[in-house]
Design a protein around this ligand. Structure first.
Ligand code: ADP
Length: 189
């Protein structure tokens, strides 16, 4: 049976846990033999969106480009995992309306916690004005209104967050439940 494509769209503040969850999901789905691709905001900006800045207009263009590529992958049966701040509601909603199997995952952690994690040292630079238009500090982040999943990374472990998404995919019939996949393999060996 050919796998179904989907777009798992992880949105949230810098340092909330998007990349970490995306990598965890990728690892687990690859282990289960699904075709996947990860589109990470930081990497996309050095290739597909090179030259774009952080104005609302440029951020929206960036998100639409990622959405376009994710949709190409998804409609060819690949599970596209997107990790991008994608701070504006409207453009995320637009993608939800115009694509199939779009799963919005709100990777939630308070600004204080994200700032204390400061994984890339960017918050410190934003606070001292070395970086302008920094989401959460000097630029808005609009929380998802009706996300399919909320991963609360202050309360849950990385493994719990990854499981939450996998369980949703299983419940939607987009991937085979792990136990079923396991018994299927067993029956045929
Ligand atoms: P983002 O991609 O959102 O900027 P990262 O994934 O780069 O964030 O960094 C998130 C940080 O938070 C990592 O150091 C990660 O280990 C930590 N973390 C703690 N708990 C979680 C969790 N439940 N899910 C994801 N990351 C977590």
């Amino acid at each position: 049976m050919q796998q179904q494509g989907a777009i798992i769209w992880l949105t949230g503040l810098s340092g909330a846990g998007k990349t970490t969850i995306a990598q965890g999901l990728a690892k687990e789905l690859l282990k289960r033999n699904y075709l996947i691709e990860v589109l990470d905001g930081d990497i996309v900006r050095t290739h597909l969106s090179q030259g774009l800045g952080f104005s609302k207009q440029d951020r929206d263009i960036n998100v639409r480009r990622i959405g376009f590529v994710a949709n190409l992958l998804s409609r060819n049966g690949i599970i596209a995992i997107v990790a991008a701040i994608s701070p504006y509601c409207q453009v995320r909603e637009e993608l939800k309306q115009t694509t199939t199997n779009f799963i919005e995952v709100y990777v939630q952690a308070s600004l204080a916690v994200c700032e204390s994690r400061d994984v890339k040292g960017l918050y410190a630079k934003a606070r001292t004005g070395q970086i302008a238009n920094f989401t959460g500090i000097s630029d808005p982040y609009e929380e998802p209104i009706n996300p399919e999943i909320i991963c609360q990374t202050e309360q849950s472990t990385i493994e719990q967050c990854v499981s939450q998404v996998l369980q949703f995919l299983e419940a939607q019939g987009l991937i085979i439940p792990h136990s079923a996949a396991y018994s299927f393999v067993n029956k045929n060996t």
